[in-house]
Write a new protein. Structure first.
Length: 256
């Protein structure tokens, strides 16, 4: 592909993502937050989170199954991690969930859209004494220099990689180079990228992801890194039974 055209395509994609999330979706969450705390400045963390979840996805809970699998992975593979990294954290709904569920480590919420970071910052300052740390993050130009190096980290993503049609391997190589022990957890609609045979649901979501311009190379990158002996794929949970959007869990760890 022509380099200039490739740059133009990436810039257009970044603009679309920013408009969708910063100007619309997370902006509406921020507006709701401001309205709620104006009326009730002493609202509890749980009640505020539930109200924002209602605004975001129409129900006051996240998928408990996802939270359970994240916590199980953390406890089994890297319980002494120094910190947690949330890639594409949105307004921090999983960061808040994990902090409330008992994770005591600092949680770095890496988010592209400013309005999402504003909401996450409010939760951090109001309820967690700054333990949730929100920073700008761009999958196309990943930067982890704000996070202490040579530390042991647990990194996860939930339906954020999907927004990047062609993910660059540099996202993972930077993680592997900067940190000591690394365990990765991803729930993304990538089941259709796995080896065939595909289920009917995966075939449906393959058409859907291609039509919407969602990610199409995440699994290949993970497999390439495994072939290069840089990571080990620990577990794949293909097309979670409770998830109708082809949510597939991929868990890996760095090989030292």
């Amino acid at each position: 592909m022509n380099t200039k055209r490739n740059v133009d395509v990436i810039q257009l994609r970044k603009q679309l993502i920013y408009e969708k999330y910063n100007d619309i979706r997370w902006a509406s969450i921020l507006d709701t937050l401001e309205e709620i705390v104006k009326l009730n400045p002493d609202i509890s963390c749980k009640e505020l989170w539930e109200k924002l979840m209602m605004k975001d996805i129409g129900k006051p809970v996240t998928r408990q199954e996802v939270t359970d699998i994240i916590l199980e992975t953390f406890t089994e593979y890297i319980p002494n991690a120094d910190l947690v990294i949330d890639l594409g954290s949105g307004w921090g709904r999983y960061g808040v969930t994990l902090a409330n569920a008992g994770l005591s480590q600092p949680i770095y919420l890496m988010e592209y859209a400013e309005s999402g970071r504003f909401v996450a910052d409010y939760f951090s300052k109001k309820y967690f004494n700054g333990r949730l740390k929100s920073y700008p993050f761009d999958y196309y130009e990943p930067n982890f220099t704000m996070i202490p190096e040579k530390t042991d980290v647990f990194v996860y993503s939930s339906y954020s990689v999907e927004q990047i049609p062609n993910l660059d391997k540099i996202v993972f190589t930077k993680l592997l180079e900067r940190f000591n022990e690394v365990v990765g957890f991803h729930i993304e609609p990538v089941g259709w990228q796995l080896p065939e045979p595909l289920s009917d649901n995966e075939k449906f979501h393959k058409r859907r992801c291609i039509r919407k311009g969602y990610n199409k190379n995440f699994y290949k990158i993970i497999k390439d890194l495994e072939s290069e002996k840089k990571i080990e794929i620990i577990r794949i949970i293909r097309q979670l039974e409770f998830d109708r959007t082809d949510g597939t869990v991929i868990i890996w760890k760095k090989i030292n």
